[in-house]
Design a protein around this ligand. Sequence first.
Ligand SMILES: NC(=O)c1ccc[n+]([C@@H]2O[C@H](COP(=O)([O-])OP(=O)(O)OC[C@H]3O[C@@H](n4cnc5c(N)ncnc54)[C@H](OP(=O)(O)O)[C@@H]3O)[C@@H](O)[C@H]2O)c1
Length: 246
Amino acid sequence: MKHLDGKVAMITGSSRGIGRAIAEQLADLGANVVVNYASSADIAKEVVAGIVQKGGKAIALHADLSKMSDIEALFTNTIAEFGKVDILVNNAGLMITKPLAEVTEADFDQQFALNVKGTFFACQQAMKYMENYGRIVNLSTSVIGQMFPAYSVYAGTKGAVEQFTRQLAKEFGSRQITINAVAPGPVNTELFQAGKTEQQIEGMKKMNAMGRLGEPEDIADVIEFLVSAKSQWVTGQTIRVNGGFI
Ligand SMILES: NC(=O)c1ccc[n+]([C@@H]2O[C@H](COP(=O)([O-])OP(=O)(O)OC[C@H]3O[C@@H](n4cnc5c(N)ncnc54)[C@H](OP(=O)(O)O)[C@@H]3O)[C@@H](O)[C@H]2O)c1
């Protein structure tokens, strides 16, 4: 018996990066997994095939999490396929780093639409569809604590995520559903690598206590705890997972 046997886990943005590691790890623990993607259909299918090959159950579902109608469809399609939702990991996210003078309205709107609106309304759908004793984990970032130049909009989106994670804990609590945020430091994914020089990446490694980048599995390990029965007394919290970065 694996400890997530019989659970249904929806991980937004799980074709690549941190989301993929979470999907694979929760499937290994017995959960039926929804691998959500926006544009990487082929990669999402590969993730599903890998899970099925190891004896797990998974489906790939398209949904652009910045669109309300897609968020609703992701939930109804999950219910149609697996019958329920026990676990939601709001992982899909976008980072555009620019100094204040260069930020466009589109940069601002895209990041808020996915990181904030997408996460918030996926929580609203969870309120409607999630089983009692469910688990929600929202992805924030440890960058919030560093005040890096050029990260203002991105950090602002995650500040909103952390605050409504705290607020919503009270609304979900009556149904024994926990909701927490995980705030990784720099993690070795495409989102992190994009646009950075080798020198900048080396500099980032030196900013934590361990002298390396985080790997997606480092984040998935903490999320494994937060979606398990063992975390029933942890809610409304933000857990920084960053090797001592802040
Ligand atoms: N990497 C880091 O250093 C780091 C640090 C702190 C926090 N985080 C947070 O961790 C989360 C995952 O980051 P990551 O580094 O793994 O990112 P990533 O490598 O860029 O992967 C992003 C994932 O999100 C999906 N996605 C993108 N836009 C989407 C949309 N509109 N709707 C649904 N899915 C969408 C992508 O799927 P498609 O390929 O189909 O678009 C992909 O599977 C984000 O919330 C990020 O802010 C990352």
